[in-house]
Design a protein around this ligand. Structure first.
Ligand SMILES: [Zn+2]
Length: 396
């Protein structure tokens, strides 16, 4: 039904053009009568659900009208433009391109109308996957104030697809200048992507990550990359500073760096500080990976009974499979051999299977699940919406 309504849009415009033409020139009456008959035929095709025939008829009407050198009007232009868009939306990009290219090359149309045709041609080429052709059209539209924002948004989309991060950064920064309220998350990730592509150049790598944080201070990814960099350089204080900052930026990602944080404290002979960090982390946002790290730490320090007691508190307050699985493990160790212990072992195994089958990452925006952390969701095409499930208590 929606498609039918959409099909009616160009017809409405064509009809307006037809009415205007009819009153303009009497000597074109014959042509107009033919147009009228064709129009009614096309409409009948639509109403009888023969959309293919209707589209073919409208296309032939437009071609005929062009060959007969009729006077061009705004409504005619709009009708042709919409018909091209209609073809594109139906996946018939070749036809859309033919129509829009004819509009661009038609000398009867104004400069402004040709700009509109260029914009639609860019979209056609995008749909066809010819990003370089689309890019050229969008670049030519950048100097036109009415088209600049739209063109910048689409250029960003192209450079994301082609992974040309430096270009994506330049375009996103231009967009930010003319639209300061634009979401800065993508720009920060372009800087992170760029930084990862030039890792060998330490100065440029660090500059890019600092730029990411400058534009978007909550960019946990930039802090993770900085933390990893300093960790590898054995600059543990700087590594900790960046990695722990994730708690303030987005604590959902803390599970990604817990091991590094633990290793930093161990390297600095400050292992007790790690326990304080874990307690603070769980106070900010509960995370089952923090539960497990804390239990492991307490087990080494005070034994398994104390670790189990800590987990018991967490499971009661934040019921989730991951913490519960470890809790059963401690319970098994403290249970005497017999049927009760056997049942616990079975339960532990069943819960473990369930956890293993679950995807470790999930997009909070669209529900897309994955086995690795993607900063860009391939399903809903949003940045930073995929989170580790340890931070989502209700997932498993
Ligand atoms: Zn998504």
């Amino acid at each position: 039904m929606l498609e039918l309504l959409f099909l009616l849009l160009p017809i409405a415009a064509l009809y307006g053009w037809y009415m205007g033409q009819r009153s303009a020139k009497k000597d074109q009456d014959t042509i107009h009568n033919k147009f009228s008959r064709d129009y009614v035929t096309g409409l009948n095709f639509l109403l009888s659900n023969q959309q293919e025939k209707a589209v073919d008829l409208f296309l032939s009407m437009l071609q005929k009208q062009e060959s007969e050198n009729q006077i061009t009007t705004d409504s005619q232009f709009e009708a042709e433009l919409m018909l091209g868009n209609l073809f594109r939306s139906r996946g018939e990009v070749d036809r859309a391109l033919r129509i829009h290219q004819a509009l661009e090359n038609n000398e009867n149309y104004s400069f402004e109308q040709k700009l509109l045709a260029k914009q639609q041609l860019a979209k056609d080429f995008m749909s066809a996957g010819f990003y370089d052709r689309a890019e050229n059209y969008y670049i030519t539209l950048l100097d036109e104030p009415e088209f600049a924002t739209h063109s910048l948004i689409h250029l960003i989309s192209i450079y994301q697809k082609t992974k040309e991060w430096k270009k994506a950064i330049n375009v996103a920064e231009k967009l930010l200048k003319i639209a300061p309220d634009t979401d800065r998350t993508p720009l920060a990730h372009f800087y992170c992507e760029y930084a990862q592509s030039i890792k060998e150049d330490t100065k440029s790598f660090l500059d890019a990550l600092n730029k990411a944080l400058e534009y978007f201070p909550s960019c946990a990814r930039a802090s993770i990359l900085l933390g990893e960099f300093y960790y590898q350089k054995e600059q543990y204080h700087l590594a900790l500073k960046n990695l722990e900052h994730i708690l303030e930026q987005d604590p959902s990602y803390i599970s990604e760096v817990l091991n590094q944080i633990k290793n930093c404290y161990n390297a600095l002979n400050q292992s007790a500080q790690f326990e304080l960090f874990l307690i603070r982390a769980n106070q900010i946002k509960h995370n089952s990976s923090v539960d497990l790290a804390l239990a492991e730490f307490i087990e080494k320090k005070d034994g398994s009974e104390a670790a189990q007691s800590s987990l018991y508190q967490q499971v009661r307050q934040y019921p989730n499979m991951i913490t519960f699985h470890r809790f059963i493990y401690y319970q098994i160790n403290q249970t005497e051999n017999g049927r009760g212990k056997d049942n616990l072992v079975l339960l532990h195994s069943m819960v473990g299977d369930r956890i293993q089958k679950a995807f470790p990452y999930r997009c909070l925006n669209c529900g897309y699940q994955s086995y690795r952390l993607n900063w860009y969701c391939p399903s809903c095409r949003e940045w930073e919406t995929i989170k580790p499930i340890q931070s989502i208590d209700e997932v498993i």
